[in-house]
Design a protein. Structure first.
Length: 266
């Protein structure tokens, strides 16, 4: 990477990717997705597995960034495959295998010289088309069209200024991130939910997430009540918005690289 490059080194990009992955795991309460409450369940190792997976992905993310800087597609493909293999099955059930691949592609895009979040997403989409996925993705990643992937990244890009505007208004960080996740859930047709529960479930969670936002967001009394109902609803029917969770991880990464670096994960 040239010394004049304005964006982080491969190590720093890997730090930021791990931090985004880990923050997604820790964010609580996430409807239908594992969070800190999972760790409080007796004999439950899911939460620690997810945290360990994030830290273990650092090498894959660094290799992806180095491959991007060197325009080495074979090395990038190997980094993406290694990242997917590092994600335990329980994490793949929640879309974190897709999140790991997405963070590899975006790390490579930044290392190639992307000068904005928009350009990084365009480059990542191009790399995604050129680097064939390996193995099985739990949420049918291969079945997602290029147009849908483009729509998902465009959704994340549109939410990015909303997340930052919420911070500027003094909204607490966890509330701002939860509202961003709810906006994602309300904005996309989640392929995991569609596959597992059908289109009616997709429509239901989109409407209910939008209702939380319409009530003023998760930080208001009414919004918090509606969020609790949505959380209970997803738990009762076993609905997991895995694609939304993966896209939220991407959003946190884009946010950290562009203007507001996240503290590197320990």
């Amino acid at each position: 990477m040239p010394a004049s490059h304005p964006y982080p080194s491969a190590d720093r990009l890997a730090d930021l990717a791990v931090a985004a992955f880990t923050r997604e795991v820790f964010l609580t309460p996430k409807p239908g997705l594992p969070d800190c409450r999972t760790a409080q369940t007796p004999s439950n190792t899911v939460f620690s597995s997810l945290v360990d997976a994030g830290v273990g992905l650092h090498g894959s993310f660094r290799a992806a960034a180095e491959a991007g800087a060197g325009a080495d597609l074979d090395r990038l493909a190997a980094a993406c495959a290694d990242a997917q293999q590092q994600v335990p099955y329980v994490a793949s059930l929640n879309g974190l295998d897709v999140a790991a691949r997405s963070l590899c592609l975006l790390s490579a895009a930044w290392a190639q010289g992307a000068e904005s979040a928009d350009e990084a997403c365009r480059l990542a989409l191009d790399l995604d088309a050129r680097v064939e996925p390996t193995g099985d993705f739990r949420d049918g990643y291969r079945a997602v069209s290029a147009e849908d992937k483009e729509h998902h990244l465009a959704t994340a890009l549109s939410i990015l200024p909303e997340l930052r505007a919420a911070r500027e208004r003094g909204v607490p960080e966890e509330i701002a991130q939860l509202d961003a996740l709810l906006t994602i859930i309300a904005s996309i047709d989640d392929i995991r939910v569609a596959q597992d529960k059908g289109p009616l479930a997709v429509r239901l969670i989109r409407q209910d997430a939008a209702a939380v936002l319409a009530a003023g967001g998760s930080g208001t009394e009414e919004g918090s009540r509606l969020l609790s109902e949505l959380d209970e609803e997803m738990l009762r029917y076993g609905i997991c918005p895995a694609a939304g969770g993966a896209l939220h991880t991407v959003l946190l990464f884009l946010d950290s690289v562009v203007e507001r670096p996240l503290a590197a994960a320990a």
